[in-house]
Design a protein around this ligand. Sequence first.
Ligand code: F6R
Length: 235
Amino acid sequence: MKIIKVKDQVEGAQKGFEIFKEGLANDAKVFGLATGSSPIAFYQKVVASDLDFTECTSVNLDEYVGLPAENDQSYHYFMKENLFNKKPFAKSYVPNGLASDIPAELKRYDQVIADNPVDIQILGIGQNGHIGFNEPGSSFDSNTQEVQLTESTIKANARFFENEADVPTKAISMGIGSILKAKKIVLFAYGESKAEAIKGTVEGPQTTDVPASALQLHDDVTIIVDEAAASLLSK
Ligand code: F6R
């Protein structure tokens, strides 16, 4: 794993941007995308640039179950607001959280991933070490799955909602096995609340207790962290 320590999210965004730019120059066509607070500065940097994705495809990690795309807390909405409205892709995929047949939707999304192998995957990380919404206990070879969000994830995400009771309790997430198929992975983590998860990811044993420790199995992972998120790393 390559660890890049940055002073803040703006510098982190710049590092991520350079990786995307180089990817595009080397013919990357499929970009795996994440939502949440960690990649926002990065998307702003991309939006302000002249990078062109009109011949590219994006595949998002996850979506809440039960939220329509127009709901301002849905990940469809987040992606439109933060990226797609200003930097359109030829085709953008996000799981359908309103699917009436969830098993069929999981299968459909696995097919999307199989048909569009990800060149560069962006990730954030949960305080409990989740990637996508693969909570502790998720197997390292999982495909797209419906997940029950843990209490800690619901609490952490409540900051985006009016009330904690409004946070959906389930999500559809690309599996860890699918994430590991990306050619290159870039993970952003900022703040002290991520320090424990980053330590487990980088230095801990490979364990489903810390889903992101699965990234140790991948040979091209870049972790972009600030001082606080890196504070428990021994080296
Ligand atoms: C979002 C996602 C999640 C977040 C994680 C961190 O699509 O897959 O794994 O990356 O919950 O969220 P933030 O960045 O808001 O701390």
